[in-house]
Design a protein around this ligand. Structure first.
Ligand SMILES: *Cc1c(COP(=O)(O)O)cnc(C)c1O
Length: 495
Protein backbone atom coordinates (compact mmCIF):
# COMPACT_ATOMS: atom_id res chain seq x y z
CA UNK A 1 0.00 0.00 0.00
CA UNK A 2 1.26 3.46 -0.88
CA UNK A 3 2.58 5.59 1.99
CA UNK A 4 2.13 9.34 1.62
CA UNK A 5 3.67 12.02 3.81
CA UNK A 6 1.74 14.76 5.54
CA UNK A 7 2.82 17.74 7.60
CA UNK A 8 2.53 17.76 11.38
CA UNK A 9 1.24 21.36 11.19
CA UNK A 10 -1.50 21.43 8.56
CA UNK A 11 -3.88 19.13 6.77
CA UNK A 12 -2.80 20.11 3.26
CA UNK A 13 -2.49 17.44 0.60
CA UNK A 14 0.10 14.78 1.36
CA UNK A 15 3.18 14.26 -0.83
CA UNK A 16 5.03 11.23 -2.10
CA UNK A 17 8.15 9.98 -0.31
CA UNK A 18 10.51 11.39 -2.94
CA UNK A 19 8.90 14.83 -2.62
CA UNK A 20 9.14 14.76 1.17
CA UNK A 21 12.85 13.87 0.89
CA UNK A 22 13.47 16.75 -1.51
CA UNK A 23 11.64 19.31 0.61
CA UNK A 24 13.08 18.20 3.96
CA UNK A 25 10.72 20.40 5.93
CA UNK A 26 7.10 21.14 4.98
CA UNK A 27 6.38 24.71 3.81
CA UNK A 28 4.25 25.35 6.90
CA UNK A 29 7.27 24.60 9.11
CA UNK A 30 5.95 21.15 10.04
CA UNK A 31 7.73 17.82 9.75
CA UNK A 32 6.67 15.17 7.27
CA UNK A 33 5.19 12.02 8.79
CA UNK A 34 3.91 8.88 7.07
CA UNK A 35 0.10 8.78 6.81
CA UNK A 36 0.28 5.31 8.37
CA UNK A 37 3.04 3.15 9.76
CA UNK A 38 3.34 0.08 7.55
CA UNK A 39 3.62 -3.40 9.09
CA UNK A 40 6.66 -5.59 8.44
CA UNK A 41 5.70 -8.02 5.68
CA UNK A 42 8.50 -10.53 6.27
CA UNK A 43 8.68 -12.77 9.31
CA UNK A 44 11.38 -12.18 11.90
CA UNK A 45 12.81 -15.59 10.96
CA UNK A 46 13.15 -14.42 7.38
CA UNK A 47 14.94 -11.28 8.53
CA UNK A 48 17.32 -13.47 10.53
CA UNK A 49 18.58 -14.93 7.27
CA UNK A 50 19.22 -11.59 5.58
CA UNK A 51 22.28 -9.43 5.08
CA UNK A 52 22.10 -5.83 6.29
CA UNK A 53 21.43 -4.66 2.74
CA UNK A 54 18.61 -7.16 2.22
CA UNK A 55 16.98 -6.28 5.54
CA UNK A 56 17.30 -2.56 4.76
CA UNK A 57 15.49 -3.09 1.47
CA UNK A 58 12.63 -4.98 3.11
CA UNK A 59 12.11 -2.15 5.60
CA UNK A 60 12.67 0.85 3.36
CA UNK A 61 10.47 -0.42 0.52
CA UNK A 62 7.51 -0.15 2.91
CA UNK A 63 8.06 3.60 3.36
CA UNK A 64 9.56 4.80 0.08
CA UNK A 65 6.71 3.45 -1.98
CA UNK A 66 7.27 5.66 -5.03
CA UNK A 67 10.81 4.29 -5.50
CA UNK A 68 11.12 1.30 -7.82
CA UNK A 69 12.80 -1.84 -6.54
CA UNK A 70 15.75 -1.14 -8.80
CA UNK A 71 16.12 2.46 -7.62
CA UNK A 72 15.98 1.56 -3.96
CA UNK A 73 18.36 -1.40 -4.21
CA UNK A 74 20.77 0.76 -6.15
CA UNK A 75 20.72 3.41 -3.38
CA UNK A 76 21.22 0.74 -0.71
CA UNK A 77 24.11 -0.94 -2.50
CA UNK A 78 25.89 2.35 -3.08
CA UNK A 79 25.47 3.35 0.57
CA UNK A 80 26.27 0.20 2.53
CA UNK A 81 29.45 -0.88 0.77
CA UNK A 82 33.14 -0.93 1.62
CA UNK A 83 32.79 2.49 3.30
CA UNK A 84 31.80 0.36 6.29
CA UNK A 85 34.72 -1.46 7.84
CA UNK A 86 32.70 -4.54 8.73
CA UNK A 87 30.53 -6.77 6.58
CA UNK A 88 27.79 -6.79 9.19
CA UNK A 89 27.49 -2.98 8.78
CA UNK A 90 25.93 -2.79 12.26
CA UNK A 91 27.47 -5.52 14.47
CA UNK A 92 26.08 -6.45 17.86
CA UNK A 93 28.57 -6.86 20.72
CA UNK A 94 27.70 -8.40 24.08
CA UNK A 95 29.35 -6.79 27.09
CA UNK A 96 28.37 -6.67 30.75
CA UNK A 97 24.95 -8.22 30.20
CA UNK A 98 23.74 -5.95 27.38
CA UNK A 99 24.04 -5.92 23.61
CA UNK A 100 25.76 -2.92 22.11
CA UNK A 101 24.60 -2.23 18.57
CA UNK A 102 27.66 -0.63 17.02
CA UNK A 103 26.39 1.95 14.58
CA UNK A 104 29.76 3.61 14.04
CA UNK A 105 31.48 1.51 11.40
CA UNK A 106 30.90 3.98 8.55
CA UNK A 107 33.07 6.69 7.03
CA UNK A 108 32.88 9.20 9.91
CA UNK A 109 32.62 6.71 12.82
CA UNK A 110 29.29 7.92 14.23
CA UNK A 111 25.78 6.54 13.77
CA UNK A 112 24.87 9.46 11.50
CA UNK A 113 26.64 7.50 8.74
CA UNK A 114 23.88 4.89 8.84
CA UNK A 115 21.45 7.39 7.30
CA UNK A 116 23.76 9.93 5.70
CA UNK A 117 25.57 7.45 3.51
CA UNK A 118 22.27 6.71 1.78
CA UNK A 119 20.57 10.13 1.91
CA UNK A 120 22.54 11.66 -1.02
CA UNK A 121 21.50 8.74 -3.21
CA UNK A 122 17.86 8.99 -2.11
CA UNK A 123 18.01 12.74 -2.76
CA UNK A 124 19.46 12.48 -6.27
CA UNK A 125 17.04 9.70 -7.17
CA UNK A 126 14.18 11.86 -5.83
CA UNK A 127 15.35 14.85 -7.89
CA UNK A 128 15.48 12.73 -11.03
CA UNK A 129 12.04 11.24 -10.41
CA UNK A 130 10.55 14.71 -9.95
CA UNK A 131 12.37 16.28 -12.94
CA UNK A 132 14.15 18.81 -10.74
CA UNK A 133 16.63 20.93 -12.69
CA UNK A 134 17.83 23.11 -9.80
CA UNK A 135 21.02 22.42 -7.95
CA UNK A 136 20.16 21.13 -4.46
CA UNK A 137 21.72 23.04 -1.59
CA UNK A 138 21.89 21.01 1.58
CA UNK A 139 21.77 23.22 4.64
CA UNK A 140 22.72 21.60 7.91
CA UNK A 141 23.07 22.50 11.56
CA UNK A 142 25.24 20.09 13.47
CA UNK A 143 26.12 19.30 17.05
CA UNK A 144 29.22 17.63 15.63
CA UNK A 145 28.45 14.32 13.99
CA UNK A 146 25.77 15.10 11.41
CA UNK A 147 28.01 17.74 9.84
CA UNK A 148 30.88 15.46 9.00
CA UNK A 149 28.64 12.56 7.97
CA UNK A 150 26.64 14.85 5.66
CA UNK A 151 29.83 16.37 4.24
CA UNK A 152 31.25 12.92 3.55
CA UNK A 153 28.00 11.88 1.90
CA UNK A 154 27.49 14.93 -0.29
CA UNK A 155 31.08 16.01 -1.11
CA UNK A 156 31.54 16.11 -4.88
CA UNK A 157 28.06 14.71 -5.52
CA UNK A 158 27.02 16.31 -8.79
CA UNK A 159 24.00 18.58 -8.65
CA UNK A 160 24.40 19.28 -4.94
CA UNK A 161 26.13 21.73 -2.61
CA UNK A 162 26.36 21.51 1.13
CA UNK A 163 26.67 24.13 3.87
CA UNK A 164 27.31 23.03 7.46
CA UNK A 165 26.96 25.28 10.52
CA UNK A 166 28.44 24.04 13.80
CA UNK A 167 28.81 25.69 17.24
CA UNK A 168 32.40 26.96 17.21
CA UNK A 169 32.98 26.05 20.86
CA UNK A 170 30.54 23.19 21.15
CA UNK A 171 32.14 20.19 19.43
CA UNK A 172 35.04 17.88 20.28
CA UNK A 173 38.52 18.64 18.83
CA UNK A 174 38.35 15.53 16.66
CA UNK A 175 34.86 16.42 15.44
CA UNK A 176 35.98 19.91 14.47
CA UNK A 177 39.08 18.65 12.74
CA UNK A 178 37.05 16.12 10.77
CA UNK A 179 34.84 18.92 9.45
CA UNK A 180 37.36 21.65 8.70
CA UNK A 181 39.54 19.26 6.70
CA UNK A 182 36.65 18.24 4.44
CA UNK A 183 37.56 18.33 0.75
CA UNK A 184 35.13 18.99 -2.12
CA UNK A 185 34.42 22.16 -4.11
CA UNK A 186 30.74 21.98 -3.25
CA UNK A 187 31.29 22.13 0.53
CA UNK A 188 31.26 24.99 3.04
CA UNK A 189 31.84 24.61 6.79
CA UNK A 190 31.16 27.51 9.16
CA UNK A 191 31.65 27.78 12.93
CA UNK A 192 28.95 29.96 14.48
CA UNK A 193 29.23 32.02 17.64
CA UNK A 194 26.42 30.25 19.46
CA UNK A 195 25.27 26.80 20.55
CA UNK A 196 23.61 23.99 18.60
CA UNK A 197 20.09 25.27 19.23
CA UNK A 198 21.14 28.64 17.74
CA UNK A 199 22.49 26.84 14.69
CA UNK A 200 19.36 24.73 14.28
CA UNK A 201 17.01 27.68 14.75
CA UNK A 202 19.05 29.75 12.26
CA UNK A 203 18.87 27.01 9.66
CA UNK A 204 15.12 26.55 10.13
CA UNK A 205 14.69 30.31 9.65
CA UNK A 206 16.62 30.27 6.38
CA UNK A 207 14.49 27.34 5.21
CA UNK A 208 11.25 29.16 5.81
CA UNK A 209 12.45 32.43 4.17
CA UNK A 210 10.11 32.64 1.16
CA UNK A 211 11.89 35.61 -0.41
CA UNK A 212 15.18 33.78 -0.34
CA UNK A 213 13.59 30.65 -1.81
CA UNK A 214 12.29 32.66 -4.78
CA UNK A 215 15.64 34.34 -5.33
CA UNK A 216 17.36 30.94 -5.20
CA UNK A 217 14.93 29.41 -7.67
CA UNK A 218 15.70 32.27 -10.09
CA UNK A 219 19.37 31.36 -9.88
CA UNK A 220 18.79 27.61 -10.22
CA UNK A 221 19.07 26.53 -6.58
CA UNK A 222 16.78 25.00 -4.01
CA UNK A 223 17.33 24.04 -0.40
CA UNK A 224 16.98 20.68 1.22
CA UNK A 225 17.94 19.32 4.60
CA UNK A 226 20.23 16.56 5.77
CA UNK A 227 19.11 16.99 9.38
CA UNK A 228 17.08 14.30 11.04
CA UNK A 229 13.94 16.28 10.31
CA UNK A 230 14.29 14.83 6.80
CA UNK A 231 12.24 11.65 6.46
CA UNK A 232 15.09 10.34 4.29
CA UNK A 233 17.19 10.26 7.47
CA UNK A 234 14.57 8.63 9.65
CA UNK A 235 13.59 5.72 7.42
CA UNK A 236 17.11 4.24 7.01
CA UNK A 237 17.47 4.36 10.81
CA UNK A 238 14.53 2.01 11.31
CA UNK A 239 16.42 -0.76 9.51
CA UNK A 240 19.11 -1.35 12.09
CA UNK A 241 16.63 -2.03 14.88
CA UNK A 242 15.04 -4.74 12.77
CA UNK A 243 18.51 -6.01 11.89
CA UNK A 244 19.58 -6.05 15.55
CA UNK A 245 16.54 -8.13 16.47
CA UNK A 246 17.26 -10.45 13.56
CA UNK A 247 20.87 -10.85 14.72
CA UNK A 248 19.77 -11.81 18.24
CA UNK A 249 17.38 -14.33 16.73
CA UNK A 250 19.98 -15.75 14.37
CA UNK A 251 22.46 -16.16 17.22
CA UNK A 252 19.73 -17.84 19.29
CA UNK A 253 19.97 -15.27 22.07
CA UNK A 254 16.19 -14.79 21.90
CA UNK A 255 13.22 -16.74 20.60
CA UNK A 256 10.99 -15.40 17.84
CA UNK A 257 8.56 -12.86 19.25
CA UNK A 258 10.45 -12.36 22.55
CA UNK A 259 10.29 -8.73 23.68
CA UNK A 260 13.56 -6.81 23.86
CA UNK A 261 14.28 -3.37 25.28
CA UNK A 262 16.09 -0.68 23.35
CA UNK A 263 18.16 2.09 24.94
CA UNK A 264 19.02 5.16 22.88
CA UNK A 265 21.31 8.07 23.81
CA UNK A 266 19.11 10.91 22.68
CA UNK A 267 19.53 14.45 21.43
CA UNK A 268 17.24 15.47 18.61
CA UNK A 269 14.99 12.42 19.20
CA UNK A 270 15.59 11.03 15.69
CA UNK A 271 17.24 7.76 16.57
CA UNK A 272 14.75 6.76 19.26
CA UNK A 273 11.84 7.79 17.05
CA UNK A 274 13.12 5.32 14.45
CA UNK A 275 13.00 2.63 17.15
CA UNK A 276 9.44 3.72 17.98
CA UNK A 277 8.49 3.32 14.30
CA UNK A 278 10.13 -0.12 14.25
CA UNK A 279 8.06 -1.12 17.28
CA UNK A 280 4.89 0.11 15.62
CA UNK A 281 5.74 -1.92 12.50
CA UNK A 282 5.52 -5.02 14.65
CA UNK A 283 9.08 -5.46 15.92
CA UNK A 284 8.81 -6.99 19.41
CA UNK A 285 10.18 -4.12 21.50
CA UNK A 286 9.11 -3.76 25.12
CA UNK A 287 10.52 -0.56 26.56
CA UNK A 288 12.05 2.32 24.63
CA UNK A 289 14.55 3.81 27.04
CA UNK A 290 15.38 7.42 26.30
CA UNK A 291 18.76 8.40 27.77
CA UNK A 292 19.75 12.05 28.21
CA UNK A 293 22.88 13.75 29.48
CA UNK A 294 22.71 16.77 31.84
CA UNK A 295 20.57 18.57 29.24
CA UNK A 296 17.75 16.42 30.57
CA UNK A 297 14.78 18.20 29.05
CA UNK A 298 13.40 14.88 27.73
CA UNK A 299 13.73 13.13 31.08
CA UNK A 300 11.71 15.93 32.67
CA UNK A 301 9.19 15.71 29.86
CA UNK A 302 8.58 11.98 30.31
CA UNK A 303 8.34 12.46 34.07
CA UNK A 304 6.02 15.47 34.16
CA UNK A 305 4.40 15.93 30.74
CA UNK A 306 5.92 19.40 30.56
CA UNK A 307 8.49 20.19 27.89
CA UNK A 308 10.47 23.17 29.09
CA UNK A 309 13.57 24.44 27.35
CA UNK A 310 13.95 27.41 29.73
CA UNK A 311 17.09 26.27 31.46
CA UNK A 312 20.82 26.56 31.22
CA UNK A 313 22.42 24.90 28.20
CA UNK A 314 25.13 22.61 29.56
CA UNK A 315 28.24 21.73 27.55
CA UNK A 316 28.96 18.07 28.32
CA UNK A 317 31.36 15.35 27.22
CA UNK A 318 28.57 14.00 24.98
CA UNK A 319 28.20 17.10 22.76
CA UNK A 320 26.00 15.45 20.14
CA UNK A 321 23.31 15.27 22.80
CA UNK A 322 23.70 18.86 24.01
CA UNK A 323 20.30 19.91 22.75
CA UNK A 324 17.32 21.59 24.41
CA UNK A 325 14.94 21.56 21.44
CA UNK A 326 14.54 18.00 20.25
CA UNK A 327 13.06 18.55 16.79
CA UNK A 328 11.86 15.04 16.13
CA UNK A 329 9.78 14.94 19.29
CA UNK A 330 7.23 16.92 17.26
CA UNK A 331 6.51 13.76 15.25
CA UNK A 332 5.66 11.89 18.46
CA UNK A 333 3.61 14.78 19.84
CA UNK A 334 1.60 14.90 16.63
CA UNK A 335 0.90 11.20 16.92
CA UNK A 336 -0.19 11.25 20.56
CA UNK A 337 -2.30 14.32 19.82
CA UNK A 338 -4.40 12.03 17.62
CA UNK A 339 -2.69 13.30 14.44
CA UNK A 340 -4.40 16.63 14.94
CA UNK A 341 -2.26 19.31 13.26
CA UNK A 342 -4.06 22.16 15.05
CA UNK A 343 -3.27 20.82 18.50
CA UNK A 344 0.31 20.10 17.53
CA UNK A 345 0.71 23.57 16.04
CA UNK A 346 -0.54 25.16 19.26
CA UNK A 347 2.01 23.25 21.32
CA UNK A 348 4.84 24.10 18.93
CA UNK A 349 3.79 27.76 18.97
CA UNK A 350 3.99 27.68 22.77
CA UNK A 351 7.47 26.15 22.51
CA UNK A 352 8.59 28.87 20.10
CA UNK A 353 6.94 31.60 22.21
CA UNK A 354 7.29 30.72 25.89
CA UNK A 355 9.82 27.95 25.43
CA UNK A 356 7.50 25.36 26.94
CA UNK A 357 4.27 23.39 26.64
CA UNK A 358 2.35 20.81 28.59
CA UNK A 359 0.60 17.78 27.15
CA UNK A 360 -2.71 16.40 28.43
CA UNK A 361 -3.12 13.37 30.69
CA UNK A 362 -4.64 11.52 27.76
CA UNK A 363 -1.54 12.18 25.67
CA UNK A 364 0.74 11.13 28.51
CA UNK A 365 -0.94 7.75 28.75
CA UNK A 366 0.28 6.99 25.26
CA UNK A 367 3.88 7.45 26.37
CA UNK A 368 3.76 4.39 28.63
CA UNK A 369 6.12 2.51 26.31
CA UNK A 370 8.86 5.05 27.00
CA UNK A 371 11.13 5.32 30.00
CA UNK A 372 13.27 8.43 30.35
CA UNK A 373 16.31 8.93 32.53
CA UNK A 374 19.65 10.71 32.46
CA UNK A 375 23.27 10.34 33.46
CA UNK A 376 25.40 13.21 34.72
CA UNK A 377 29.05 13.72 33.82
CA UNK A 378 30.36 11.69 36.73
CA UNK A 379 28.05 8.73 36.07
CA UNK A 380 28.98 8.80 32.39
CA UNK A 381 32.71 8.68 33.09
CA UNK A 382 32.23 5.95 35.70
CA UNK A 383 30.32 3.83 33.22
CA UNK A 384 33.15 4.03 30.67
CA UNK A 385 35.63 3.06 33.33
CA UNK A 386 33.48 0.26 34.77
CA UNK A 387 32.82 -1.41 31.42
CA UNK A 388 36.46 -1.19 30.46
CA UNK A 389 37.64 -2.64 33.75
CA UNK A 390 34.99 -5.40 33.84
CA UNK A 391 34.98 -6.42 30.19
CA UNK A 392 37.85 -4.67 28.37
CA UNK A 393 35.21 -3.03 26.16
CA UNK A 394 35.62 0.70 25.53
CA UNK A 395 32.56 2.80 24.69
CA UNK A 396 32.25 6.46 23.77
CA UNK A 397 30.68 9.12 26.01
CA UNK A 398 27.26 9.08 24.27
CA UNK A 399 26.96 5.32 24.47
CA UNK A 400 28.09 5.59 28.10
CA UNK A 401 25.15 7.87 28.90
CA UNK A 402 22.83 5.17 27.50
CA UNK A 403 24.67 2.40 29.29
CA UNK A 404 24.55 4.20 32.64
CA UNK A 405 20.85 4.92 32.19
CA UNK A 406 20.22 1.27 31.38
CA UNK A 407 21.79 0.26 34.69
CA UNK A 408 19.57 2.71 36.55
CA UNK A 409 16.57 1.30 34.72
CA UNK A 410 17.39 -2.29 35.71
CA UNK A 411 17.97 -1.25 39.30
CA UNK A 412 14.67 0.57 39.43
CA UNK A 413 12.48 -1.96 37.62
CA UNK A 414 14.25 -5.32 37.86
CA UNK A 415 13.34 -5.81 34.19
CA UNK A 416 15.52 -8.66 32.92
CA UNK A 417 14.52 -8.50 29.24
CA UNK A 418 17.37 -8.71 26.71
CA UNK A 419 18.43 -5.22 25.87
CA UNK A 420 20.01 -3.53 22.87
CA UNK A 421 21.94 -0.32 23.54
CA UNK A 422 22.44 1.92 20.52
CA UNK A 423 26.19 2.56 20.41
CA UNK A 424 26.26 5.81 18.52
CA UNK A 425 29.91 6.74 18.17
CA UNK A 426 33.34 5.20 18.15
CA UNK A 427 35.36 5.97 21.29
CA UNK A 428 38.03 7.29 18.89
CA UNK A 429 35.81 10.26 18.18
CA UNK A 430 35.81 11.39 21.81
CA UNK A 431 39.22 10.09 22.76
CA UNK A 432 40.11 12.67 25.39
CA UNK A 433 36.92 12.31 27.44
CA UNK A 434 37.02 8.54 27.11
CA UNK A 435 40.65 8.21 28.16
CA UNK A 436 40.26 10.67 31.03
CA UNK A 437 37.37 8.58 32.30
CA UNK A 438 39.62 5.52 32.36
CA UNK A 439 42.54 7.29 34.02
CA UNK A 440 43.16 10.96 34.81
CA UNK A 441 46.84 10.58 33.93
CA UNK A 442 45.94 10.65 30.21
CA UNK A 443 45.01 14.32 30.41
CA UNK A 444 48.63 15.28 29.82
CA UNK A 445 48.80 13.57 26.41
CA UNK A 446 48.18 15.13 22.97
CA UNK A 447 45.08 14.24 20.92
CA UNK A 448 46.77 11.82 18.57
CA UNK A 449 48.94 10.28 21.26
CA UNK A 450 45.69 9.47 23.03
CA UNK A 451 44.38 7.86 19.87
CA UNK A 452 47.31 5.45 19.78
CA UNK A 453 46.99 4.75 23.49
CA UNK A 454 43.27 3.97 23.10
CA UNK A 455 44.04 1.62 20.24
CA UNK A 456 46.47 -0.28 22.43
CA UNK A 457 44.17 -0.34 25.44
CA UNK A 458 41.01 -1.43 23.61
CA UNK A 459 42.90 -3.72 21.25
CA UNK A 460 41.15 -2.10 18.27
CA UNK A 461 43.01 -0.64 15.30
CA UNK A 462 42.75 3.10 14.70
CA UNK A 463 39.81 3.75 12.35
CA UNK A 464 40.55 5.05 8.86
CA UNK A 465 38.53 8.21 9.63
CA UNK A 466 41.06 9.16 12.31
CA UNK A 467 44.13 8.23 10.29
CA UNK A 468 42.91 10.56 7.55
CA UNK A 469 42.77 13.66 9.73
CA UNK A 470 46.14 13.24 11.37
CA UNK A 471 47.84 15.08 8.54
CA UNK A 472 45.01 16.56 6.45
CA UNK A 473 45.25 20.33 5.92
CA UNK A 474 42.55 22.65 7.28
CA UNK A 475 40.53 23.95 4.33
CA UNK A 476 37.64 25.67 6.14
CA UNK A 477 38.24 28.44 8.66
CA UNK A 478 35.07 30.51 8.42
CA UNK A 479 33.20 31.76 11.45
CA UNK A 480 30.10 33.93 11.72
CA UNK A 481 27.63 35.40 14.18
CA UNK A 482 24.20 33.79 14.38
CA UNK A 483 22.54 36.73 12.63
CA UNK A 484 24.95 36.45 9.68
CA UNK A 485 24.10 32.85 8.74
CA UNK A 486 21.83 33.85 5.87
CA UNK A 487 24.40 36.26 4.42
CA UNK A 488 27.01 33.53 4.60
CA UNK A 489 24.82 31.22 2.54
CA UNK A 490 24.08 33.97 0.01
CA UNK A 491 27.78 34.67 -0.44
CA UNK A 492 28.58 31.00 -0.97
CA UNK A 493 25.95 30.80 -3.70
CA UNK A 494 26.96 34.16 -5.24
CA UNK A 495 23.42 35.56 -4.87
C1 LIG B 1 23.41 12.64 16.92
C2 LIG B 1 23.93 11.79 17.98
C3 LIG B 1 23.13 11.38 19.05
C4 LIG B 1 21.71 11.85 19.21
O1 LIG B 1 20.86 11.27 18.22
P1 LIG B 1 19.43 11.91 17.94
O2 LIG B 1 18.89 11.14 16.78
O3 LIG B 1 19.67 13.35 17.61
O4 LIG B 1 18.62 11.76 19.16
C5 LIG B 1 23.68 10.55 20.00
N1 LIG B 1 24.96 10.14 19.92
C6 LIG B 1 25.76 10.51 18.90
C7 LIG B 1 27.18 10.05 18.89
C8 LIG B 1 25.28 11.34 17.89
O5 LIG B 1 26.09 11.70 16.89
Amino acid sequence: MEVLYKSTRSSGSPVKASQAILKGLSEDGGLFVPDHIPALDRSLKEFAGMTYQEAAYEVMKLYLTDFTEEELKDCINRAYDAKFDTEAVAPLVEAGGAYYLELFHGATIAFKDMALSILPHLMITSARKNHIKNEIVILTATSGDTGKAALAGFANVEGTRIVVFYPKNGVSPIQERQMVTQKGDNTLVVGIHGNFDDAQTGVKKIFSDKGLAEEMDGKGFQFSSANSINIGRLVPQICYYVYAYATLLKEERITEGELINVVVPTGNFGNILAAFYAKNMGLPIGRLICASNENKVLYDFFRTGVYDRNREFVLTSSPSMDILISSNLERLIYRIAGEDPDRNRELMAALAGEGKYEITAEMREQLAGFYGSFADERETAEEISRLYKDCGYVIDTHTAVASAVYRKYVQETGDGAKTVIASTASPFKFTRSVMNAIDAKYDAMGDFELVDELSRLANVSVPQAIEEIRTAPVVHDRQCDVDRMKDTVREFLNL
